[in-house]
Write a protein that binds this ligand. Structure first.
Ligand SMILES: Nc1ncnc2c1ncn2[C@@H]1O[C@H](COP(=O)(O)OP(=O)(O)OP(=O)(O)O)[C@@H](O)[C@H]1O
Ligand SMILES: Nc1ncnc2c1ncn2[C@@H]1O[C@H](COP(=O)(O)OP(=O)(O)OP(=O)(O)O)[C@@H](O)[C@H]1O
Lengths: 226, 226
């Protein structure tokens, strides 16, 4: 797979490096020579150029990639032009970041196949974690239906999964249990991960439960056992 | 709950607004008057000030919040000082963003309770989605163990969950099925979400499966049925 990353700021650089680590052929582009220099030993090709120079994009082989990640930030005009030219060059998949829903809509209209807003998504996930104490992970599968990782509520400690009967009582699926226990030398904690919990497993104090269910059902479960 | 957000860039502003939408009392701080002005009608209190002014933080009541989100970006010194002063003021929970693992380590050492790197996390999630075609969602529960949303592989279409026997054969938990079907008027698609799939449910073409399992087991499942 061949991928172009346009804009090597925090997001673009992280994407370029992660792709390269996974064996993808990456062409990185930025108009800032320092950023191009920093990354050139870690990806296939790093080019200092203005991404809004259509001829330059083509002559550097950008048109031959399977995926282009448009990671320019503040300069919206350059971001839009990048997406437009990428589609003109026939690149099958263009992923673009957008600062706001309006920017996202515009980028969709000019051809972006997928839109991301890293800061907004991270902020929303953080807020979920802050609003519900004991939540250490949160991922929305659908409107009001999510995967959450929560500290085992007090009322569940010592009970077996069979007793809790989460599926029937709460329509909640317990997909994994993380158990923290002190290392044998007693100087640090280690984490045991149980991805296939069985009915006789008991919840222990300090366990983190990975649960899937509707937000309402998850809330009733936590209310019942807190 | 009372929350302070220091730095109203993309991430800070999104966090402040999301908290306020959820009824949290939010104090937003930035040294840029324009950003303070933009947000002042949507949160409890917006203050233009230098967050590294300890006295100023205290006199604006920052010390009374339950959670402080340190969302300053490029100015690392200001970010570090913000975390240090927040802990000095006795704020129980301080969440800080960090640009790199080294920055994260430093912020942890000076007292940050939780570290985020929105751009890096988004980039890693994007790369997962790009590397495995048909993945529309990805969330890591633990090292090499995740929740994925994938287009139903060709080989599963028409089969029932009982036949697929995912749990026993692949140690995979199918937690939900999203089914896309045309609206009755035939002009658009609607999505049906099945959060409690039963053994007789059959996979239909175009379904998106939400699966939980180890990366290896998920890969074998996809290899078997693609
Ligand atoms: N016309 C252009 N051609 C090439 N690169 C560009 C162009 N315009 C901007 N860039 C580069 O895009 C990168 C990201 O843009 P910018 O710094 O504005 O966004 P950001 O939101 O701060 O990014 P991040 O959050 O990823 O750090 C910068 O490194 C910048 O040099
Ligand atoms: N000492 C300070 N006191 C108050 N606010 C500050 C201070 N230093 C920086 N800020 C503010 O922090 C905000 C975020 O910082 P910056 O713009 O450097 O980060 P960023 O990575 O571009 O942020 P984002 O990705 O969230 O847009 C800016 O709005 C800036 O004005």
């Amino acid at each position: 797979m061949k991928c172009a990353v346009i804009g090597l700021g925090q997001f673009g650089k992280a994407a370029a490096l992660a792709l390269a680590r996974n064996g993808v052929e990456v062409i990185g582009v930025d108009e800032d020579m320092e950023l191009v220099d920093d990354i050139k030993d870690e990806i296939s090709l790093a080019v200092r150029m203005d991404a809004t120079d259509e001829g330059s994009l083509e002559s550097h082989g950008i048109g031959q990639v399977n995926v282009l990640v448009a990671a320019i930030g503040a300069n919206f005009e350059a971001q839009v032009l990048t997406v437009v030219y990428a589609k003109k060059l026939g690149i099958p998949k263009v992923v673009a970041r957008a600062m706001t829903p309006v920017h996202a809509r515009i980028l969709h209209l000019v051809g972006a196949d997928e839109i991301l807003n890293p800061e907004e998504e991270a902020a929303n996930r953080l807020v979920q974690r802050l609003l519900i104490p004991g939540i250490s992970g949160y991922f929305e599968l659908a409107e009001s239906f999510s995967v959450v990782e929560i500290d085992a509520p007090a009322g569940t400690v010592g009970k077996s999964l069979l007793q809790l009967d989460l599926r029937r009582k709460f329509r909640i699926n317990l997909v994994a249990i993380k158990h923290r226990s002190p290392n044998p030398d007693g100087t640090s904690m280690r984490e045991e991960f149980n991805p296939v919990p069985s009915p006789d497993d008991r919840i222990r104090f300090g366990d983190v439960l990975a649960l899937v269910g509707s937000d309402l059902d998850l809330a009733s479960f936590m209310a019942e056992f807190s």
